[in-house]
Design a binder for this molecule. Sequence first.
Ligand SMILES: Nc1ncnc2c1ncn2[C@@H]1O[C@H](COP(=O)(O)OP(=O)(O)OP(=O)(O)O)[C@@H](O)[C@H]1O
Ligand SMILES: [Mg+2]
Length: 662
Amino acid sequence: MAVDQRRPPVIHQLSAAIANQIAAGEVVERPAAVVKELAENSLDAGATRIEVASEDGGRRLIEISDDGHGMGRDDLRLAVSRHATSKLTRAEDLERIATLGFRGEALPSIAAVSEFAIASRPHGESTGWELRLNGGEEVAFAPCALSPGTRVTVRNLFWNVPARLKFLKSEAAETGHLTDQVVRLALSHPGTAFRLRCDGRIAVDLPASEDLTQRIRALFPGDLASSLIAVDGSSDTSQISGFIAHPRTATATARRQYLFLNGRFVRDRLLVAAVKEGFKGFLEPRLHGAVFLHIDLDPAQVDVNVHPTKSEVRFRREGEVFALVSRAIQKGLASQPGGFSLLSAQVVGREVVKPAAPMVVVQERYLPLTIATEPAPNRGPTAPVPTGPEPVRGGASTWHAEPRETIRAAEDRPSPSRYTTPSVANGDGGSSRPGVLVQHAPALGEPPVQPLPAAQVNRPTDQLNRPPAQLNRPTTTPIRRVLQLNRMYLLIETDTGIRLVDQHALHEKALLNSLAPSASDLIAGGRQELLMPIQVALSAAEVAGVAPVLPALAEFGIDAVAAGPTTIQVRAHPARLRRLDWAGFFADVAADGAAAVDGLRERLAHHAACRAAVKAGQELSPDEQRELAQLLFTLDGMEHCPHGRPTVLDLPWDELARRFQR
Ligand SMILES: Nc1ncnc2c1ncn2[C@@H]1O[C@H](COP(=O)(O)OP(=O)(O)OP(=O)(O)O)[C@@H](O)[C@H]1O
Ligand SMILES: [Mg+2]
């Protein structure tokens, strides 16, 4: 706008409609925020049951019904007008807010940017009344049939704010956010029944729970639910109670950290830091333990009126809150029977809490010298996957993994092979020479690998186990010696010079080369029906993103279903994918949503290869070093890793001589 410097612009009062639209920009960021505001109103109204329905990720419809105290006819118009609230009357009340709402902003803000209807009937009255607005303008007000309680319907959200509409994500992503929101609300009020229906599909269905544990178990089945540790504590002005999950269920993101302050979900830096401090010594710093903690604080000790969405708060006594949270967690962890602290004794508060048994670090992933194919730290909570030796078919090595039993520190490891190249394995039928996996009998209780039709067993080219290009390569290599450098590189001396190899990149490429998994290739290795399905913990947004792709996984022998708003359950998978990082794979798929259907084959191969490859920083025994180095000479196209980076740098003897001017 051109500014005329000679004349000041005219100041005028904004209309209520525009003021509400501006307020909506802060309060209603996306459909999930509408769900939050409306459900919080229902909780403030004492609802014992809240039903949420959405269509098109909440864009086309959000409807929330409750059985709370409702509103009389005369209050409906007031409820949708700005700064009208029943929760606050005097300025001093701001010091002691005990309800979720208090600003009197949510309804008018939502009504300003949607086609909005609110219907309500107080208990004891025979009829309800419904008020309809469009873009904040009243269009109808009439009696309606309704059970006691309140129903708010929001259609075509942001129809009159196209700029906001553009910022919304895909339907799956918005549905995910919305589901996350319901999960938080459900954890904040376990005694209230919640049901969420997305486009007719029931995504969350939770009866009223007796306590928080029951609700957590309903939402997070599997390992997390079975590893809950009760936590409590108190200080002068506050108390804390709730649960943390065993550190083994920790993930690389903090998405399983649910902290509630006076019944309100908060995402606060101080609390996040306090949780981290609580897990210190029990968890690698980059991992986040799952927590479900309710903090009850004297309302005078906290200011929730910092941000319109109220997710940020300010504590009057920060140090006290920090100590309350971190000590409660430490105490919970340290007092576990058989304690799993990294320390032999934890100083918790002023008392020294000794674990009941000597120090035990139970997580294999913390062992510095674990075998390459062990699950990475952040795979998320999963049900116990069969851990015994898994049968290897037909004497052929799989491209990954020796059985878990062989995990031990390098010193006492009898140099088992990890890099068995398919050609070697196929070449001699899996004999006992170094570099070939031994065939194991199935462990007791291990889900059997389904037998294959003979035609598949004898397939001439089992590409998973035998990359086509490698068959004619000589198995004797000109390697004179191999030396591992900095736990990252291999220095290989050959007849013609020296070669410096990136150990992870080389192994990953070799694995990927041996994987050209058409669907039938994958299934050709047999399929494992899991007695205990793998529970893959994801965010609700990720589950919503993955859900449309799940049916397409059946073609690859993967039977996976959405088992809850934040859980995907893998019930069967090709034996060859038994070490797949499912959480990583699904998170990757979720990022692309339905579009991921097209590249599933490649994605599976990449995830399988990357996970199974030896890591940088991993110490290798001399045999392992040699075996890995051999891959460079026995497989084709090993010079670049799957990400296009070089795997090897060459320095021939004559080049070396030239450089030294010999
Ligand atoms: N589901 C409901 N049941 C009963 N009363 C309701 C319900 N929803 C809203 N109300 C009434 O309408 C009023 C206005 O709601 P609104 O959400 O706009 O403001 P608030 O909840 O008071 O504050 P905030 O803007 O912080 O949410 C509430 O104070 C409450 O009295
Ligand atoms: Mg409100």
